[in-house]
Ligand binder design. Structure first.
Ligand SMILES: Nc1nc2c(ncn2[C@@H]2O[C@H](COP(=O)(O)OP(=O)(O)OP(=O)(O)O)[C@@H](O)[C@H]2O)c(=O)[nH]1
Ligand SMILES: [Zn+2]
Length: 209
C-alpha cells in the first residue's frame, strides 16, 4: 500500500493525502487565518508529513519486533531494566503532545531480547494517539506476551501539553503511571527493587516546556 491513502482500521473510511491536506487548510481557516497566503501555502503538506512521523507507530507490529530473542544467557535470570527512555506521544483527546520518559523492566524466562527492541516497543506505542494509562499497559502487555517473562514492569512519567498550553493551564505537572505483570505485581520485594533501580524519587526531567 502506498502512503498516499490510508484506511481506518475498521475499513469505514479512506482518506488520500490530498483529503488530509484539505482538512488542514480548513483548520487553518478555522484558526482565523488565510490558508492561501504565501506563508501558509506549504503548511498543509508539512502538517500531513508531520502526522506521518507523529503516528508512525500504527504501521509497526510489536510482536514481530520482539520475536527475535537470544537464549544463550548462561542462566541469567535477574532483572533487566532500561530506564529513562524518552518518548514523544500525542493525547487522543486534543492531539496535544505528551512528553516524558518510560522505565521498562522484565525478569527473563530463558530468553532475553535485544535492549534496543524495548526502546522500539516504547516508540511503537508512543507514536500513536494515546492516553498514558493505555500506553503504559500496552508496553507491559507486549513484553509479557512476546517474551513470556516471569514478570514485566513499566513506569511512565510525562507532562501533557493539553494541561499546559490550554484548558486548565498547569505547567510543571507530571502524570505517573505504572503497570506490572507477574512477579512485579505479586511480589513487593521485586517491585521495590525495580523502583529503587529506576530512582523513582529522584527523576530528572527529560523535556522541559
Ligand atoms: N486519564 C487521562 N486523562 C488524560 C490524558 N491525557 C489527557 N487527559 C484528560 O482527558 C480529559 C478530557 O476531558 P474532557 O472534559 O472530555 O475534555 P476538555 O473539555 O477538553 O477538558 P479540559 O482539559 O479539562 O479542558 C481531560 O481531563 C484531560 O486532562 C491521559 O493520558 N490520561
Ligand atoms: Zn489531551
Amino acid at each position: 500500500m502506498t502512503t498516499d491513502s490510508k484506511t481506518s482500521p475498521s475499513g469505514a473510511m479512506t482518506v488520500t493525502r490530498a483529503d488530509a491536506e484539505e482538512a488542514v487548510r480548513k483548520l487553518l481557516c478555522w484558526a482565523g487565518d488565510d490558508p492561501d497566503r504565501e506563508g501558509l501555502l506549504d503548511t498543509p503538506g508539512r502538517v500531513v508529513r508531520a502526522f506521518e512521523e507523529y503516528f508512525a507507530g500504527y504501521a509497526e507490529d510489536p510482536d514481530t519486533l520482539l520475536s527475535r530473542t537470544f537464549e544463550e544467557t548462561d542462566g541469567y535470570d535477574e532483572m533487566v531494566v532500561l530506564k529513562e527512555i524518552p518518548f514523544e506521544s500525542h493525547c487522543e483527546h486534543h492531539l496535544a503532545p505528551i512528553l516524558g520518559k518510560v522505565h521498562v523492566a522484565y525478569l527473563p524466562n530463558e530468553r532475553v531480547v535485544g535492549i534496543s527492541k524495548l526502546a522500539r516497543v516504547v516508540e511503537i506505542y508512543a507514536k500513536r494517539l494515546q492516553i498514558q494509562e493505555k500506553m503504559t499497559a500496552q508496553i507491559a502487555n507486549a513484553i509479557t506476551s512476546a517474551l513470556k517473562p516471569k514478570g514485566a514492569a513499566v513506569v511512565v512519567q510525562a507532562s501533557h501539553q493539553c494541561m499546559t498550553c490550554r484548558g486548565v493551564h498547569k505547567p510543571g505537572v507530571d502524570m505517573m503511571t505504572s503497570y506490572m505483570t507477574g512477579r512485579f505485581r505479586e511480589d513487593a520485594r521485586t517491585r521495590s527493587e525495580f523502583l529503587t533501580l529506576i530512582g523513582r524519587n529522584n527523576i530528572r526531567k527529560v523535556h522541559s516546556i
